[in-house]
Design a protein around this ligand. Structure first.
Ligand SMILES: CC(C)(COP(=O)(O)OP(=O)(O)OC[C@H]1O[C@@H](n2cnc3c(N)ncnc32)[C@H](O)[C@@H]1OP(=O)(O)O)[C@@H](O)C(=O)NCCC(=O)NCCS
Length: 184
C-alpha cells in the first residue's frame, strides 16, 4: 500500500501532466472534438488537481470554464488520467471525488463531462442528453453528463459552449490544500 496526496496543479507540473495525458489519450488528443470546449485561456486552476506519490505526479484532472444557459460558473471536467502503474487502486475515483469537493466548496453551479456513464454516475452525474444538453462536437449521446447543485431548469438545457472569459486564478492558499489519501 502506498500513500499519495492530492494538491492543485502548479505551472511546474505541466510537463508531467501533459505526459500523463499523452499516455492516457495519445499525442493526437488535441484533435478530439472535446478540445473545442477547452478555451485557450487555460484550465480552471482553483479546482484542477494532481495526485502526487513521493515527488512524482501520478494522476491529473483538469476542469475548464464553459457556459450553459441558466447557470453561472459552469465547468467542463477532463481530461482525467492516471499513470498506468497506479490504475485500478481507486486513485482515479478518489481524485474526481476530491476535486468535486473543491468544485462544490467553490460555488460552481454545474459540471459537464463527456465520459463513461458507469464511471461518472457514482459522483452524481446524470445523463444530459435527455435533458436537452448538447456539446459542440460529435459524441455518443450517452456520454454527455451533467452534475449540478441547483434544481434543473425547464427543459431543454441547451448547448454548452466554450467560455470566453478568463478562468479564475483565485486560489485559497499559495500552495493549495494537501489532501491525504491512501491507495487501495
Ligand atoms: C479511466 C482511468 C482514469 C481510471 O483510473 P483508475 O485509477 O484506474 O480508476 P479507479 O481505480 O478509481 O476505478 C474506478 C472505477 O472506474 C472503473 N474504470 C476504470 N477504468 C475505466 C474506464 N476506462 N472506463 C470506465 N470505467 C473505468 C473501474 O472499473 C472502477 O470501477 P469499480 O469501482 O466499480 O470497480 C484510468 O484508467 C486512465 O487514466 N485511463 C486513460 C485515460 C482515460 O481513459 N480517461 C478517461 C476517463 S473517462
Amino acid at each position: 500500500m502506498t500513500d499519495y496526496y492530492f494538491r492543485r496543479e502548479r505551472a511546474a507540473d505541466s510537463v508531467a501532466v501533459e505526459r500523463l495525458f499523452d499516455i492516457g489519450f495519445g499525442t493526437e488528443r488535441h484533435r478530439r472534438g472535446v478540445y473545442r470546449l477547452r478555451g485557450r485561456g487555460g484550465q480552471e486552476r482553483a479546482v484542477s488537481q494532481v495526485a502526487v506519490a513521493g515527488s512524482t505526479v501520478v494522476a491529473s484532472l483538469r476542469f475548464w470554464p464553459i457556459t450553459l444557459a441558466g447557470y453561472q460558473r459552469v465547468l467542463l471536467l477532463g481530461p482525467l488520467s492516471v499513470a498506468s502503474a497506479w490504475r485500478h487502486r481507486g486513485l482515479g475515483a478518489a481524485l474526481v471525488q476530491s476535486s468535486l469537493e473543491l468544485v462544490d466548496a467553490g460555488g460552481y453551479q454545474a459540471v459537464v463531462v463527456s465520459g463513461e456513464p458507469n464511471f461518472y454516475a457514482r459522483f452524481g452525474f446524470t445523463p444530459g442528453t435527455p435533458l436537452g444538453l448538447t456539446l459542440p462536437m460529435p459524441i455518443e449521446p450517452e456520454r454527455v453528463m451533467i452534475r449540478t447543485s441547483l434544481p434543473l431548469p425547464p427543459l431543454p438545457l441547451g448547448a454548452a459552449r466554450r467560455a470566453t472569459h478568463r478562468p479564475s486564478r483565485r486560489q485559497p492558499s499559495a500552495r493549495g490544500p494537501k489532501i491525504k489519501a491512501r491507495a487501495r
